[in-house]
Write a protein that binds this ligand. Sequence first.
Ligand code: UGA
Length: 444
Amino acid sequence: MTARPRLTVIGTGYLGATHAICMAVMGFEVLGVDVDTSKIEKLTAGEVPFFEPGLPELLAKALESGRLRFTSDFREAAAFGDVHFLCVGTPQQADSEAADLRYVDAAVTSLAPHLTRRTLVVGKSTVPVGTAARLAELLRTTAPAGDQVELAWNPEFLREGFAVDDTMKPDRLVFGVTSAWAQEQLRAAFGPVIAQDVPVKVTDLQTAELVKVAANSFLATKISYINAMAEVCEATGADVHDLAEALAYDERIGGKFLRPGLGFGGGCLPKDIRAFAHRAEELGVGQAVGFLREIDGINRRRRARTVDLVVELCAGDVAGKRVAALGAAFKPNSDDIRDAPALDVAATLHRMGAVVTVFDPAALDNARRVHPELGYATSALDAARDADVVVLLTEWNEFREISPSAMAAVVRRTRIVDGRHALVPAHWAAAGWDYRALGRPAVH
Ligand code: UGA
């Protein structure tokens, strides 16, 4: 058994860069691999190509230790690594709900011809169940070392914004393996993590693949469940905020992922539930997870309902009205705008004729690139200047700290939609604001 296997991490996007950096900090020799040379150049120069608290400091530390390097050369990767982690993206296909596996396939076909000795390839990407078995066969048949190359599956559960902690001390490790040797290699590769009493669940490849999509589906279901209750609250004058708090006291339900509002976005939850529903249909068990389509539908309706609230506050017509949109990222502490509910709402209001000005503490550059049609400001107050309505779309802490009276002094009309239940309604009402939130009675 290898005491300290040398690791490669193929794909240096969000997941791969975090994994490579954290593994090097934990003492492993790590080689990050990516076909995108601009990412390689940035990381080699000590620059993290995305926003993640704590990661730039750890990259500096890892580079300084001499244990972390980056390359675009798969031959070099194969010669270096004892364990190869596949961390490439599996986005939604452009014209279907299925996952696009072209990057996973390309990583395996680029690496396999250079694998000439006993090696473990470990998939971390989120894939449709059955992919690992197919890739294992592809490796066996295309690697010169043949049967000596094994595949394992080790799904990743990190959250953006908490990526370092989630990697260094995850809730659990899941090892999908087909041999005792593969399990030994994984235990060696995660030695420092396991030493912190992190539970390890060892299983087969297909169960490991499923754990990931089952977890994300459950989380999405929890969010849409409370947002479905918000819809009912809206029809009855009840308050979903109080309802959620009351539910959370029941330990069987718990309060986590029960925050009502604009719903989920990002590069994971939305595409994962769609790809799972699609895969289940292919397997003939579509009915079993048919509810995921409802979950998706409830989630999409929250965005539409937020737009409706803004329109209502503008007496039925937003054309020509100035809207201050606070937030662009799909969640706070991230600059990620993939399937961001915030930008969806802002862009819809713009299409309806509103003059939308966006501010986000981290995601402005990304937002500007994808939505050049929107206006952008350099602070929340700047965005709110002369606004007819303010809409909070991403719950950054700095938005919670906004003084309602300071903002009242710069807007044209004191009307606010709190799309994330981030503010204290009474504080805003006391400063003269008409406060609206999804699933809550109006306060003014
Ligand atoms: C999610 C999972 O939480 C991770 O465990 C998983 O590893 C990751 O996807 C992935 O598959 O890679 P992430 O997308 O970073 O992580 O973000 P979350 O914290 O899960 O938030 C997702 C969305 O749900 C955000 O838009 C957030 O605003 C929303 N959300 C979350 C709510 O609307 N209500 C809540 O109560 C919680």
